[in-house]
Write a protein that binds this ligand. Structure first.
Ligand code: ATP
Length: 241
């Protein structure tokens, strides 16, 4: 018998009052996978991540390692080692890169514990730029560096699944590539990724599988490689270039 998915959503729906924003979504993230969800503005991508993290009330089922999580809450998802980097990165601007990272691991802090330092070294191995700037105030980092710090901070808690909400938002195209390239390297830390992106091409290039969300429902899903060559996806989401 094959291993159940790390994260599995079945018939997953979310409503804002009378308005259904997410409709019966089925989605899997297997251990070691990078899965991306692409789709236009307002398709429900942010809603999907926030509900999967327990920030919004949902219906349907969410399972971790094949075990259904009842009444999905942030506390339960954190206990299952799921982390979310929201679209607003919300760093502590007046604190150094290093202190921002240490705060991310705070929940796992033990007195006399050296594992946080070791973890920081692992994060620095993925983001050498953060090592160079470890003493610099977060507020003075570039947009790309701030995004890397937000991801690095979430990694400090040693998540098994990292959910990223549009890490490329507001970044120049070259920096988008750099940030997504580092997301691809999270595999080295044994972290699985659920990545929400508007930048469909760049996201599909680093992902194993992709889902296309349209008006709150999954319109299409499959191996990222297939989606990159799908005529409909090319015409609607990839454009020229
Ligand atoms: P974007 O990329 O623009 O953030 P998205 O795909 O992430 O889009 P969501 O932000 O999840 O889309 O929004 C999905 C739908 O739900 C939209 O129609 C949006 O207007 C609506 N919506 C989002 N948040 C709320 C809210 N708090 N109350 C009511 N409706 C909301």
């Amino acid at each position: 018998p094959s291993k159940p998915p790390l994260l599995q959503l079945r018939g997953f729906s979310v409503a804002y009052g009378p308005v259904e924003a997410l409709h019966q979504v089925d989605l899997d993230v297997h251990e070691g996978e990078i899965v991306t969800v692409i789709g236009p503005n307002g398709a429900g991508k942010t809603t999907l991540l926030n509900a999967a993290m327990g920030l919004l009330r949902s219906s349907g089922t969410l399972a971790v390692d094949g075990q259904v999580v009842p009444r999905v809450s942030v506390e339960r998802m954190v206990a299952h080692q799921v982390a979310l980097v929201p679209e607003k990165r919300e760093l502590f601007g007046e604190m150094s890169v290093e202190d921002n990272l240490l705060l991310g691991g705070f929940a796992r802090w033990r007195r006399g514990d050296r594992t946080q330092r070791a973890r920081m070294e692992e994060v620095f191995a993925i983001f050498p730029r953060l090592r160079e700037r470890r003493a610099q105030m977060a507020a003075t980092l570039s947009g790309g560096e701030r995004q890397m710090l937000a991801i690095g901070r979430a990694l400090m808690a040693r998540p098994r699944l990292l959910m990223l909400d549009e890490p490329s938002l507001g970044l120049a195209p070259l920096i988008v590539r750099e940030v997504l390239h580092t997301v691809a390297r999270l595999r080295e830390l044994g972290v699985s990724v659920l990545l929400i992106e508007q930048n469909a091409r760049a996201a599909l290039q680093i992902a194993d599988r992709g889902y296309v969300l349209e008006m709150g429902a999954v319109a299409l899903h499959g191996p990222a490689e297939d989606l990159l060559h799908d005529r409909r996806i090319i015409d609607t989401y990839l454009g020229v270039g």
